[in-house]
Design a protein around this ligand. Structure first.
Ligand code: NAD
Ligand code: MG
Length: 380
């Protein structure tokens, strides 16, 4: 039995990971972690019987402890809990499905302990890719992408060892506001931005898809995962979300992975890599597909995407500034304290105002995050 642990088990990726475990019955869940959802985590503990469960909030962890006192499960809270999961001796694969830079320390701890990482938490690579990728190489630990685009690229690289990538074609749905102009987005409400045309995901990534900041984060994620130059990554708007991304080789051949938009496929591919297993759900019917279309991204309406390229070019702690400013801006937008168009404005402002650190270590990454939060709080 494969043994896995999930950070973020009550979220969109976390619950879909557990659906796969439920379907195949040959994976053992040894630990689960979530933010504050006591009720759902209790249900998950009763169904999957992990040895360790973690809630971020101390009071929530205490409540959980009482609720599961009839079971043989240890309950911890906070970063200490996440780190304990990361290094549990029996864990083989750590699924990182929490949101934000909180994932950096547990991911590093897990790699140091030799765990395979099934990585959904893209913010960790965006901000600490320069630490995580060399460490994974040194420890000979695979980082298996869960993000659908990166899984598609990973699948398109299968069997091509030694053949270098000429170009990565990273597809984007374009989100709910594709085709709109800047002036159309002045009055966007939170409810409008939470309507994604093709994917059902957590709130933060859904807003990131509407601003196209998600694609910006994915460009940076791809650069770290596949060790290519920024100039080799081309973003392609493909509204049907059927082609999940492609790789062009030196000879001009383009390999792609296609499928219905269903995150369970990339999650399952990471859990069983290199094996493919059966998966329930809809299959592609090419006779039903009216057409597959492609457009250039609109960088005027969605400046968040261009800013990501700029942040990655600047390097150092600037991708952290980009990511932290976006996390804070999205939170403010969800609280209805800033407008939709202010999200990229805030990112740009912070990128211009922040002090540059060339090779930030984890402490400096977290200091950068805190400084960006302070900067935004002092202005907005
Ligand atoms: P989500 O908001 O649905 O779930 C987040 C999970 O993290 C929840 O279980 C929550 O309880 C947990 N969490 C939050 N704060 C925590 C804390 N302080 N300590 C411990 N756990 C905490 O998010 P999601 O959509 O599942 O996204 C998770 C990650 O995967 C993100 O980095 C996202 O960018 C990435 N991702 C998601 C999708 C998708 O389809 N949802 C696709 C690609 C990549
Ligand atoms: Mg994606």
């Amino acid at each position: 039995m494969k043994k896995i642990a999930i950070l973020g088990s009550t979220g969109s990726i976390g619950t879909q990971t557990l659906e796969i475990v439920r379907e195949h019955k040959d994976i053992q869940v040894t630990a689960l972690a979530a933010g504050s959802n006591v009720i759902l985590l209790e249900q998950q503990i009763r169904e999957f019987q992990p040895r360790l469960a973690v809630l971020w909030e101390e009071q929530a962890a205490k409540d959980l402890q009482v609720r599961v006192r009839d079971l043989d499960v240890k309950i911890l809270f906070g970063m200490e809990g996440l780190l304990a999961i990361a290094v549990m001796p029996e864990v083989e694969i750590l699924v990182t499905a929490i949101v934000g830079m909180l994932g950096i320390r547990p991911t590093i701890a897990a790699i140091e302990a030799g765990k395979t990482i099934a990585l959904a938490n893209k913010e960790t690579l965006v901000t600490a890719g320069h630490i995580i990728m060399p460490l994974a190489k040194e420890k000979d630990v695979p980082i298996l992408p869960v993000d659908s685009e990166h899984s598609a690229i990973f699948q398109s690289l299968n069997g091509e060892k030694g053949n270098s990538i000429h170009k990565i074609l990273l597809t984007a749905s374009g989100g709910p506001f594709r085709g709109k102009r800047r002036e159309d987005l002045l009055q966007i409400r939170v409810e409008d931005a939470l309507q994604h045309p093709n994917w059902s995901m957590g709130k933060k990534i859904t807003i990131d898809s509407a601003t196209m900041v998600n694609k910006g984060l994915e460009v940076m994620e791809a650069k770290w995962l596949f060790d290519v130059e920024l100039e080799q990554i081309q973003v392609l708007v493909h509204p049907q979300s059927i082609i999940h991304s492609m790789v062009e080789y030196e000879d001009g051949a383009v390999l792609a992975q296609l499928g219905t938009p269903d995150m369970r496929l990339p999650i399952q591919y990471a859990l069983y890599y290199p094996c493919r297993r059966s998966l329930s759900g809809k299959r592609l019917d090419f006779f039903q597909l009216a057409s597959l279309t492609f457009e250039k991204p609109d960088l005027d309406t969605f400046p968040g995407l261009g800013l990501a390229f700029q942040a990655m070019k600047q390097g150092g702690n600037i991708p952290t500034v980009y990511n932290a400013a976006n996390e804070k801006a999205v939170a403010l937008f969800l609280e209805k304290k800033i407008s939709f168009l202010e999200i990229p404005e805030l990112i740009q402002f912070c990128m211009e105002q922040s002090a540059f650190v060339k090779q930030p270590d984890v402490a400096q990454i977290l200091e950068t995050e805190a400084a960006v939060y302070d900067l935004i709080e002092s202005r907005w």
